[in-house]
Design a protein around this ligand. Structure first.
Ligand code: NAD
Length: 338
């Protein structure tokens, strides 16, 4: 990416608090003079009639062209309606690795200090394959798909990530004691890749035991690799350890494309009230800047956020403050402009 002087990034603000937190990123990037131009897009096809595909194909084309996207949350109807647009997007672009770092944020007090965890979640299959049907009235079959190819590539990604970012160890989370074939295959493939990385200490934990240890002693873990559903849950547990969903970023990485987004959802309870914490999307956008090798800009924005949070006078309600989204954004901009 280094040869480009300006990047085009597809910005999908999403639903609920999405537009509010996306505006905050845009304003802060402007202030930090990040060499990015936004391609504004919508993941949902708003003109789709009931029964038609709500997924916006034009947006997909934009992402295919520009390769990088920053995405706000999209609401998904529960127990009916359309398939999750997130799941759709990840499948269409084969964004196979969902990376969710959770690191203690300076100025945010939590039960544990110095938490530094990375969940690497298989992002294309497992329990979220979307393959479920009614066998007979009252009985649903919900298929968990586990393929050798997906297990191998997520394991490779986890070990490569560990080496690239100088992390200390990899844990595989699984439930192979019960799902002997599905999680058994996952574990077998992770072990194969572990053998190719003899310098990376490798451990395994049953999902339930692992979660117990995670909340009682998070320093036991560093990089954790796991199937789709477990990764979804464990990363929210990790978010709780560092101060909540308002702070946790993520990246969806494929061979050719990458989409960055906050871990949180559209937060309908606070949407439109200027109350949302934009830090999670900001941290996601910092991951994006690092991915694009815009390291100085990443550092400048990160320092400004940390400095506002350490001062502690301007912070959003989820972190115990009373500030509006726009006030917090302005405080960060003031720091950037010095
Ligand atoms: P949620 O993450 O939207 O909200 C959970 C709680 O955390 C709420 O109390 C909310 O106010 C709070 N919260 C979340 N983000 C916050 C922020 N940035 N600042 C301050 N408080 C914040 O989870 P939910 O209520 O279970 O889901 C709502 C919708 O979002 C659902 O339709 C769900 O499917 C969708 N969702 C989308 C994504 C995504 O697009 N990646 C992820 C998760 C959930």
């Amino acid at each position: 990416f280094r040869r480009f002087s300006s990047f085009r990034v597809v910005l999908m603000p999403g639903d609920g608090i999405g537009p509010e937190v996306a505006n905050s990123v845009v304003d802060i990037f402007d202030a930090a003079q990040v060499p990015i131009s936004w391609v504004h897009a919508d993941l949902i096809n708003k003109s789709a009639k009931p029964g038609e595909d709500p997924f916006n194909r034009d947006t997909l084309c934009q992402i295919r062209e520009h390769k990088i996207g920053l995405k706000g949350p999209t609401g998904t109807p529960i127990g009916g309606g359309h398939v999750s647009l997130n799941v759709h997007l990840r499948r269409e672009l084969d964004l196979y690795a969902n990376v969710r770092p959770c690191k203690t944020v300076p100025g945010v007090r939590t039960v544990y200090e110095n938490v530094d965890l990375v969940t690497i979640r298989e992002n294309t299959e497992g329990e979220y394959s979307g393959k479920e049907h009614e066998v007979i009235p009252g009985v649903i079959e919900n298929l968990k798909i586990v393929s050798e190819r997906a297990c191998l590539r997520i394991a490779r990604y986890a070990f490569d990530y560990c080496e690239k970012y100088g992390r200390s160890k990899v844990h595989a989370f699984h439930k192979a004691s019960v799902m002997k074939m599905g999680d058994g295959l996952f574990l077998k493939k992770v072990r194969e890749i572990a053998k190719l990385h003899p310098k990376v200490p490798y451990f395994e934990k049953n999902m339930d035991t692992g979660c117990g240890i995670l909340v009682s002693n998070p320093s036991n873990f560093d990089v954790m690799v796991m199937p789709n559903l477990y990764g979804d849950i464990v990363s929210d547990v990790c978010a709780g350890l560092i101060g909540g969903l308002g702070l946790t970023p993520s990246a969806n990485i494929g061979e050719e494309h990458a989409i960055f987004e906050a871990v949180h959802g559209s937060a309908p309870d606070i949407a439109g009230k200027n109350l949302a914490n934009p830090t999670a999307l900001l941290f996601s956008s910092i991951m994006m800047l690092k991915h694009l090798n815009l390291l100085e800009h990443a550092e400048k924005i990160e320092k400004a956020i940390h400095s506002v949070l350490v001062e502690g006078t301007v912070r959003t309600g989820d972190l115990g403050g009373r500030s509006k989204t726009t006030e917090y954004t302005k405080a960060i901009i003031d720091k950037i402009k010095g």
